[in-house]
Design a protein around this ligand. Structure first.
Ligand SMILES: [Zn+2]
Length: 175
């Protein structure tokens, strides 16, 4: 892996709150971005990373995490479209969740335990990722990022405040 780790943007940075633009060119620049995203994710010890988490407002995410059978799945999805089971067919997974852009705290977030993501690989070939287990959660979390959402948006007010308070305490005073 030849990518270069870039700084991770944290909550409060506008690029995390802006819906990202679709990728239009599957070129060398995109390939470099994806390599850098993998390097940034591994350096931060994350299981997924969206492009706006390194300050780039393009619809791309990478992941490397276990599925429901505990098999590691790794990949990239460009211009993802998320498909969730219908309202009557959902099983809620109530695992806890954290985010590299809100380092420190974790919180329980209910999400469907199955998710499918359609999109493209770095060359522009269509890909479909079927997610179970942590991967199902990851696909939803990363697609949220590209829509300008964070997992704290899915928490109650009290839980959101607790996460942000813990994050601020860990981070300490900013210059
Ligand atoms: Zn995140």
């Amino acid at each position: 892996m030849s990518g270069m780790a870039r700084p991770i943007t944290v909550v409060g940075t506008p690029v995390l709150r802006t819906p990202c633009r679709p990728v239009e060119r599957f070129d060398e620049e995109l390939a470099t971005l994806v390599e850098d995203m993998f390097a940034s994710m591994y350096e931060a010890k994350g299981v997924g990373l969206a492009a706006n988490q390194i300050g780039v407002d393009l619809r791309v995410f990478v992941y490397d995490c276990p599925d429901g059978d505990d098999v590691h799945q790794k990949g990239v999805v460009v211009n993802p479209t998320l498909v969730l089971p219908g309202a009557g067919e959902r099983n809620l997974d109530t695992g806890d969740e954290g985010c590299l852009s809100i380092p420190g705290p974790r919180a329980v977030v209910g999400r469907p335990d199955l998710a499918t993501c359609h999109g493209f690989d770095v060359t522009g070939a269509p890909v479909t990722v079927h997610g179970t287990g942590v991967l199902a959660r990851c696909l939803q979390h990363e697609t949220d990022h590209l829509d300008g959402l964070l997992y704290i948006d899915r928490l109650s007010n009290a839980a959101r405040k607790a996460v942000l308070k813990e994050f601020e305490e860990i981070r300490g005073p900013q210059a």
